[in-house]
Ligand binder design. Structure first.
Ligand code: CAA
Length: 240
């Protein structure tokens, strides 16, 4: 398998599970990370997957970073837009900085990475893009106008780019995870999280590996007829 995959936010949480699953399935993987140097080093040491520091909210950094990955590993066939942050708070307490940070990191990043690889994918007639949305982009969530707007935007971005890529064998799909057992979800106040978990029919948080499984399905060469879709992986919490 010579396909080259880039996973943003690829050294931690859901992204780490995706990077590892892709490598195990035989893909050449580059994990992009934003800031946590120590974790990125440990990740590369444990997995053998190279990690590249790129601020995905910055267009220029994405262009340069993805060019470097292509020079090191070969042309990029697969992009998993997974990098995401939360800055939760009700709107009446939210600052403009909290709004902008989430919109740029979670949504503008999809433009930044996809714009950086789309010409090459179009020329080569192959591409697989998977954008990690969220149940909270589908259903909204108290305290998350920024995150819900960004994730909801990802779902629109996915459907628009899917139409543009279809004729060039570039598929673009989204996965909408529910509450997954990661640092991000563990940061939710325990009494709030308890109430959320009580509403998940499966009765537990999801595992990052359960999202990675969906990614493997969507990026396969054989998945060329699946495009513009959203795969909800949320334990039945929201059926959409
Ligand atoms: N619906 C209606 N009312 C709610 C509510 C809800 N879902 N959640 C809280 N409230 C009410 C509370 O009952 C409380 O009311 P009273 O003052 O009458 O008691 C009031 O709103 C204030 O609640 P808090 O004390 O929680 O307010 P806060 O300002 O301290 O915190 C918050 C607000 C930061 C939004 C906090 O509630 C919170 O962290 N909520 C969780 C948000 C969340 O789910 N984030 C997901 C992160 S993980 C993720 O995003 C990954 C993914 O894709 C799924």
């Amino acid at each position: 398998m010579n396909r080259v995959a880039v996973v943003t936010g690829g050294t931690r949480g859901i992204g780490e599970a995706i990077s590892v699953a892709l490598k195990k399935a035989g893909y050449k993987v580059a994990a992009v990370y934003g800031g946590d140097e120590a974790k990125a080093k440990a990740f590369t040491h444990e997995t053998g997957i190279p990690a590249y520091k790129v601020d995905v909210s910055d267009f220029k950094q994405c262009q340069t970073g993805l060019q470097k990955i292509a020079a090191d590993l070969g042309p990029i066939d697969i992009v998993i837009n997974n990098a995401g942050i939360t800055r939760d708070g009700t709107l009446h307490k939210m600052t403009a900085e909290q709004w902008e940070a989430v919109i740029h990191t979670n949504l503008s990043s999809c433009f930044n990475t996809c714009r950086s690889v789309i010409d090459s994918m179009r020329e080569r007639g192959f591409g697989r893009i998977v954008n990690i949305g969220s149940i909270n982009g589908q259903a909204g969530q108290y305290g998350q106008v920024n995150y819900a707007a960004a994730k909801s935007g990802i779902h629109g971005f996915t459907k628009a780019l899917a139409q543009e890529g279809a004729a060039k064998n570039i598929t673009v799909n989204a996965i909408a995870p529910g509450y997954i057992d990661t640092d991000m979800v563990r940061a939710v106040p325990p009494q709030v999280l308890e109430k959320i978990v009580a509403k998940i029919p499966v009765g537990r948080l999801g595992q990052a590996s359960e999202i990675a499984r969906g990614v493997l399905f969507l990026v396969a060469d054989e998945a060329g007829f699946i495009t513009g879709s959203t795969l909800s992986i949320n334990g039945g919490q929201h059926m959409y």
